[in-house]
Design a protein around this ligand. Structure first.
Ligand SMILES: *[C@@H]1O[C@H](CO)[C@@H](O)[C@H](O)[C@H]1NC(C)=O
Ligand SMILES: *[C@@H]1O[C@H](CO)[C@@H](O)[C@H](O)[C@H]1NC(C)=O
Length: 814
């Protein structure tokens, strides 16, 4: 912070001037709650892909390249590593950037990688002349002779681009505008500063949302390792640093927002250009400003964020399910102004330092405005409403304002002035400071370029990533050869695999621009005995396996494909981890699912399931979107897709799911089956839009292929087609589950509106489990929120509020 003002003096002044109604300057106290608009319709069209090369159809014909069969090579026996050498220049720009947009007519000439300081962009990194035009040119560039990225002609998935910004100061006299597929990425060793000029003309410095698309379909956008700076702009001028009206599969990490202290006009982050549906952001710092984040979104997990000298850290204009983990609010009038939070606000493992109040909200009625605070260090006012202080000081255990189902209770108790509950966390989930373990995505900036291998550049083992070659044998050979040796750099492109990819212990993978692994072929046909596409480690392995920035997909309708199985346990928490790894079934170029699933669900069992965390696994997962497509991102094909299963969690050794979403899978979104010791921060889900009265009744079209862990729907009366719909969450024979911020939304039946008031009967089922802690559970249009042993325990109507129903705490056999 660059100020000569005493923070304490400013703070004291702000708090002293605050009237007893807690209407602190800058903290807009909204009396009405912002509900999400339901403007979304099924069969939405995606972005036209006018430059698609439609003759690249891997499911019809693969190219056999010379040498595309693995040539066994002796491993590099002498290599142990990778070996760190901090202080070396950042490895990433030194790599050979040979990624591609695999299904484009311009696949050989479209540039994935753009260094803004290199020719032809030549951005000035000294801060002396305007760099905005040069950086924007780097963002916009298409292939020579092809459309630019501004033109909305490369679909959602055809225009991935890494816009790399070396260290330096970049003067911006105009805004930057991002588009879907953009990865705006700085050097993490010394993040570049994007500094707005004093006469800055627009209302935001960076617009993250692709203006050609609604916020709810702004997917696949990343901003990381940069500093955005508004300190040149007069403190009273209205300016926001980043508009982030974007949705799932976006990553905002390691970004600093520098604003003048308590500047009355500066806001760090907004979602102000329409509605959005978010999963995760984290490891951010907000210095100064009147508001750090002004959130108006459906849901969010927010981790590791510091607000310092910001009058109001977070202004919640709307959020039905917001979870804050490990955040720090320092020198502020208000940490979180939560009056606009309609469902549940969860704040855990967080700290207030010298603040007026950590959270300001409203007294909840029914299921509205539930607040969950846990493991909070704050010496002052911790929760206040307009009537005054409700809670002061530290919260050692769990404090819940709103609806609580105590263990064994079948009716809700409302605590309008809060109640304290006990949450004995599993020690295997904790860092040494007692907080739940979390970890930023590794940048590997401590390793020099010599410690990396480009998976497309290993001599004798060609890997193509061109969407038309079976790359599996050579990928497997390379991963086996370089385990416990090098870090794998995985360029953009689609890598077709006709057999299981085994990621051995000792592997670290850094993907680029949504590089995609996509299954194909008869190995993945057997719905009764699925084959895994990407298998991480073997049962009983303990070691390292870290993966980031990849998409896992299928190139054909593959009813016997399990996309990901984790078997290995981390040798330490986070040694096995996934960051910014997403699933996409259909809805995109390069897969027969996109063009062939406009019929009935039984014609499109497109994948057996997304993810299985096996009993011996222990993995940290952050920022994951498991999506069966409800529409075509790259065109207008109908998408009626019946993926069998979402996330199957059988893991017992310690599992962290920080910001995950599972949407539109047929049987369930999340299935905790014999699971133990699991922490989740936000689980967002939606039911398949095609399900419900008039279409296949679950378990159809999977009824002939059910396995022990699958629900049978035998609880449903014959013909009850609001019952035979996907479970949001199953908890069976599990224990020590700490699940914060669950949300499931149902909007449609059989691809159209729902008849009656609710679109679905059941959300959560618990059987034979113990020590289950559900904090902040939200539903939209689902009659029964929780069932226990075949009986309904909690209904939406008994917990009316939020976006339908919201329960502050549901304790089960605790
Ligand atoms: C807040 O900023 C002040 C001034 O730069 C600094 O001294 C202090 O350590 C910061 N506090 C936190 C919690 O980051
Ligand atoms: C499309 O891809 C095929 C197969 O790789 C190639 O032969 C052809 O030249 C491409 N066509 C265009 C217009 O890019």
């Amino acid at each position: 912070m660059k100020t000569s003002l005493s923070l304490l003096a400013v703070l004291t002044q702000l708090v002293a001037s605050a009237p007893t109604s807690n209407t602190v300057s800058g903290a807009k106290e909204s009396s009405s709650i912002a509900f999400p608009p339901l403007d979304y319709t099924p069969h939405k069209n995606g972005i036209p892909y006018t430059v698609l090369n439609s003759s690249i159809q891997p499911w019809e014909r693969l190219v056999t390249h010379p040498g595309s069969k693995a040539v066994p090579r002796a491993s590099e026996a002498s290599c142990t590593g990778p070996v760190a050498d901090p202080g070396q220049p950042y490895w990433y720009p030194q790599m050979t950037h040979n990624g591609m947009s695999s299904f484009s007519q311009y696949k050989t000439t479209y540039p994935i990688y753009r260094d803004v300081t290199a020719s032809p962009y030549n951005a000035d990194k000294t801060g002396s002349s305007d760099a905005s035009g040069a950086i924007q040119n780097a963002i916009n560039a298409g292939a020579p002779g092809g459309p630019t990225r501004t033109q909305n002609e490369m679909g959602t998935t055809g225009q991935d681009a890494v816009v790399y910004i070396p260290s330096g100061t970049y003067l911006l006299e105009d805004s930057l505008q991002l588009y879907v597929g953009t990865v705006l990425m700085g050097d993490p060793n010394d993040p570049p500063v994007l500094k707005a000029s004093s006469n800055f003309p627009n209302d935001h410095i960076i617009y993250g949302k692709d203006p050609n698309q609604d916020g709810t379909v702004n997917f696949y956008i990343t901003v990381k390792n940069i500093v955005i700076d508004s300190t040149n702009i007069a403190p009273a001028n209205t300016i926001a640093l980043l508009d982030w009206t974007v949705s799932q599969a976006t990553q905002l990490t390691n970004v600093v927002f520098n604003m003048p202290d308590y500047s009355t006009g500066h806001t760090g982050l907004t979602n102000s250009y329409g509605y959005s549906s978010n999963t995760y952001m984290g490891d951010l710092t907000f210095n100064g400003g009147v508001v750090g984040m002004n959130l108006n979104t459906q849901q969010f997990a927010i981790k590791g964020v510091t607000f310092n000298g910001t009058t109001t850290g977070v202004q919640i204009t709307g959020c039905t399910d917001c979870v804050f983990v490990d955040c720090t609010f320092a020198n502020a009038a208000t940490g979180i102004q939560a009056s606009g939070d309609s469902g549940s606000l969860t704040v855990i493992d967080s700290t207030g330092i010298n603040i007026g109040a950590l959270v300001r909200g409203t007294t909840p009625s029914n299921g509205n405005n539930n607040v969950i605070l846990e493991n909070i260090v704050n010496p002052g006012i911790t929760f206040a409403t307009s009537s005054g202080t409700v809670l002061s000081g530290n919260v050692k255990d769990t404090w819940v304002l709103g609806g609580v189902y105590n263990s064994g209770s079948t009716s809700v108790s409302h605590y309008t002035s809060g109640t304290t509950l006990t949450t004995p966390r599993s020690s295997s989930l904790l860092a040494s400071n007692g907080k739940y373990f979390t970890m930023p995505p590794p940048t590997y900036d401590e390793y020099p370029a010599s410690q990396f291998i480009n998976i497309k550049s290993v001599s004798g083992l060609p890997v193509y990533g061109d969407g038309q070659t079976n790359d599996a044998p050579n990928i497997n050979a390379i991963l086996a050869m370089y385990a416990n040796c090098k870090i794998i750099y995985w360029p953009a492109g689609t890598y077709i695999v006709e057999e299981t990819i085994l990621i051995p212990s000792g592997t670290r993978i850094f993907g680029e621009a949504f590089a995609t692994i996509s299954a194909l072929g008869s190995n993945f046909y057997n719905a009764a005995a699925p084959t895994t596409m990407v298998q991480i480690g073997n049962a009983g392995d303990v070691g390292t396996a870290q993966i980031q920035n990849l998409v896992l997909s299928v190139a054909d309708v593959l009813q016997g494909c399990l996309l990901l199985q984790v078997n290995i346990a981390g040798s330490t928490p986070g040694a096995v981890g996934l960051w910014n790894v997403h699933f996409r079934i259909g809805g995109a170029a390069g897969s027969k699912v996109e063009t062939n699933c406009d019929g009935t669900p039984d014609q499109c069992r497109a994948a057996w399931g997304l993810m299985d965390l096996a009993p011996t696994s222990s993995v940290y997962i952050e920022d994951m979107w498991g999506w069966t497509a409800d529409h075509d991102l790259d065109g207008g094909n109908g998408q009626t897709i019946a993926t069998g299963r979402g996330a199957l969690i059988r893991a017992t050794q310690g599992t962290w799911l920080v910001g995950t979403a599972m949407e539109h899978h047929t049987l369930y979104q999340y299935n905790f089956y014999g699971a133990q010791n699991v922490f989740t921060a936000l689980q967002q889900s939606e039911t398949p839009y095609w399900q419900g009265p008039g279409n296949d009744a679950a378990p159809a079209p999977w009824g002939s292929y059910l396995q022990a862990a699958d629900p049978t729907f035998s609880n449903c009366a014959s013909g009850d087609t609001l019952c035979t719909m996907a479970w949001f969450e199953l908890l069976t024979n599990s224990k020590d589950l700490f699940l914060y911020g669950g949300g499931v939304w149902a909007f449609f039946n059989n691809g159209g509106g729902c008849s009656g008031t609710n679109c679905q009967e059941n959300a959560i089922d618990i059987e034979g489990s113990s020590a289950v802690y559900l904090y902040g559970t939200n539903v939209h249009s689902i009659t029964n929120m929780v069932r226990d042993g075949g009986k309904t325990v909690a209904t939406e109507s008994a917990n009316a509020g939020g976006w339908g129903g919201c329960i502050g705490a549901f304790l089960y056999s605790t």
